[in-house]
Design a protein around this ligand. Sequence first.
Ligand code: PGA
Length: 248
Amino acid sequence: MKNNTYCIANWKMCLNKRESINYIENFLKFDLSINSAQIIICPSFPSLDSISSIKQNEIEFGTQNISEYDKGAYTGEVSVSMAEELNCQWSIVGHSERRKFFGDSNDIVANKMNQIYNSSLNPILCIGETLDERQSGLTFNILEKQIDNAFSKVDFSINKNVLIAYEPVWAIGTGISADIEIIEENMNFIKNFIKKFDGKNCNICLLYGGSVDKDNALEIYSLKEVSGFLIGTSSLNPETFYSIYKQF
Ligand code: PGA
């Protein structure tokens, strides 16, 4: 077991409130003290209040997205202070589905990171290249750009735990994770690139995401730079999610 390990569920828009409550009630029946991996659940906004108020110490909660604005006339948005009120400690930012379907540019991601930095939340920053970008040999450029932009507006005097999830877009939701060599190569690249933030007050851990399941988790976790996972599909069932968590 590594020093800090994270097992994060991204439920996307898959579970409604009733299903989310059932899930947590079932999940809490498992022994969550078998290891010290931090479990973070990121439900949809309407479920957050009910499930984050179910008494438990083993689980932390996060949002899947957050507004780039503080407050005001921004129809449909949810601010950092609203998330804080619902017991959230984390927020996913820059997920590829936000980038692809909702126009979250690197600039918007920078604003969202800034909001998160100025709140009690900690960021789970998602980065990753598309298949086209990979085939054009642009992976490293894309990762550099996504990281640089995401941190471009943050105040580094604020102490944060930052999770960077490397999620190759072409591996998300496909059922086939990236090859271990590719994950290793890109993780090493990211690890080196973020050395420039050393001494800047942020404690960065790297995660992998993209079709993680109970059969590939252990091998990916064995990579030196991988401190855990951001899991979509395999987090939607409490048994399956637990079967990954218990391998740490
Ligand atoms: P997946 O999703 O596990 O279904 O590939 C991961 C993610 O989108 O974060």
